[in-house]
Design a binder for this molecule. Structure first.
Ligand code: F6P
Length: 365
């Protein structure tokens, strides 16, 4: 056991529901169990680089449990080791701000840093760890694509948002006899599409792990038509692609210059392809950031609280260089080097895929 006097916490990457539950749990556990001070770094690693921070107290984390987003702010840009910014003349330049970040950590007198983030944020945390910073990570992303943990918090709330959207699209699809497509997030993993598709009774689910064949998609639609069902609901993950085709990217020229790769538009792309082959109207809805925002469901609040409390316990035991993880029903610690850049995809032998096909859902294969 080490005596925790002052710990820092930062939230990096895309926001999601449940981050505030984590911030609250870390703050309360550190203060109530260890009489420690808690410093919140603002806007992800920017807080460390530029020294932006605030003290977190029992008072400041009051009432934030049901609040979406993160009270500390976040960014999914700004890697301290390769910080890209404009030089004022339209050119992008890159800086290594890691020494500044290490200096802030020292100046604030922190014993430990708790980093809440997805794959990119955790990889950076690992780099800092190798430079001697005592770090514990907490997995966060709606994509549920992190190795080493069964679930990330934020995912279940996103699935619920997508499921609610599918429920609504069923009614318009049925009323107008249309093909309704819902594009959901998830980067290169199909977890949100798959779980929401099953929960929301989609007729076709298309995920990145199974490049779809348009003929098979049309076959599912025709089969349903033959059975007298004159509408279809399709959920497609943003990272999905047609067999032999590419991912669909939606980004500005500035984002390309900054090295950002943003997925989006595959649903509209599919709508165009289907519309050319069927005498029905086809519509696409992009759910976008509604999946990340808003009140966390109870699962994500409970998971966030458990992970936050566990991370403080791990810090007090000096177990740095680890991510706290859920291996149902337990929480455990996973060394950061085991995660390095690995993304968890839907496995080809997934029981979820078998269940989907068993109940007649088309997977485009
Ligand atoms: O990783 C979370 C996520 O929402 C992905 O599902 C999505 O591809 C990406 O972030 C979108 O990022 P941004 O908020 O930068 O558009």
């Amino acid at each position: 056991m080490m005596k925790l006097k002052r710990i820092g916490i930062l939230t990096g990457g895309g926001d999601c529901s449940g981050i505030n539950a984590v911030i609250r749990a870390v703050t309360r556990a550190a203060i109530l169990q260890h009489q420690a001070e808690v410093i919140g770094l603002e806007d992800g690693y920017d807080g460390l680089i530029f020294g932006r921070h605030q003290e977190l107290t029992l008072e400041t984390v009051k009432d934030i449990l049901p609040l979406g987003g993160t009270i500390l702010g976040t960014t999914n840009r700004g890697n301290p080791f390769n910080y890209r910014e404009y030089d004022g003349e339209g050119n992008i330049v890159s800086h290594d701000y890691s020494p500044r970040a290490l200096e802030t950590f020292k100046q604030l007198g922190l014993d430990a840093l708790i980093v809440v983030g997805g794959e990119g944020t955790l990889m950076i945390a690992h780099q800092f760890c190798l430079l001697g910073m005592p770090v514990i990570c907490i997995p966060k992303t709606i994509d549920n694509d992190l190795e080493g943990t069964d679930y990330t918090f934020g995912f279940q709330t996103a699935v619920q948002v997508a499921t609610d959207a599918l429920d609504r699209l069923h009614t318009t699809g049925r009323s107008h006899r249309r093909v309704m497509i819902l594009e959901v997030m998830g980067r290169s993993a199909g977890w949100i599409a798959l779980e929401a598709g099953i929960a929301g009774g989609a007729h076709i689910i298309l995920i990145p792990e199974i490049p779809y064949q348009l003929d098979r998609v049309m076959e599912t639609i025709r089969r349903r038509e033959e059975l007298g069902h004159r509408y279809n609901v399709i959920v497609i993950a943003e990272g999905a692609r047609e067999l032999g085709g590419d991912e669909v990217i939606l980004q500005t020229a500035a984002e390309t210059l900054q090295g950002v790769r943003r997925l989006g538009g595959v649903g509209h792309d599919l709508a165009g392809k289907i519309a050319g082959r069927i005498n029905r109207e086809v519509r696409c809805t992009m759910l976008g950031h509604t999946q990340r925002g808003g009140t966390p469901n109870s699962f994500d609040r409970v998971l966030g609280t458990r992970l936050g409390a566990f991370a403080v316990e791990a810090a007090s035991q000096g177990r740095f260089g680890h991510m706290v993880a859920l291996r149902i029903p337990h929480l455990t610690l996973v060394p950061l080097e085991q995660l390095a850049g690995r993304v968890r995809h839907v496995p080809s032998d997934s029981e979820l895929l078998r269940a989907a096909e068993a109940v007649g859902i088309g997977l485009g294969r």
